[in-house]
Design a protein. Structure first.
Length: 124
């Protein structure tokens, strides 16, 4: 193998490596720029209205939980350690990327801790 063949091989490897890197960056950008999955959740009399028991998303998705309530309520998403206080007449948003897979309770924190709903994050 001559000098020209070795140089061409090195350039080819560099081009392939660069293309693979750009492809990975492109995938990351596509994942982070995607429109979030939005869920409107209303707490009424200490429970989620409309008998919704589970919110399901895919790993890597951007998620927005838009909370409203009939009285002041604090909600906590376990596993992601996100907490929000909802005041009547206002909407409180929990925004996050669903990185950890599994089933996570979302509880109201008041006199007692009561599971309101579950977040299920399914692997890609």
């Amino acid at each position: 193998m001559g000098y020209g063949d070795a140089a061409a091989r090195i350039v080819s490897i560099a081009v392939i490596t660069a293309a693979m890197s750009l492809g990975s960056i492109g995938n990351c950008l596509a994942e982070t720029s995607a429109e979030p999955r939005r869920f409107n959740l209303h707490v009424e009399n200490g429970r989620i209205a409309d008998n919704v028991t589970t919110v399901q998303v895919r790993q890597g998705e951007a998620v927005e939980l838009n909370w409203s309530a009939d009285r002041r309520t604090t909600v906590h998403l376990h596993g992601y350690d996100i907490e929000a206080t909802i005041n009547p007449g206002q909407t409180q948003v929990m925004a996050f990327r669903a990185r950890a897979t599994g089933r996570f309770p979302i509880e109201s924190h008041g006199d007692r801790h009561l599971v309101l709903i579950y977040l299920e994050v399914h692997p890609r």
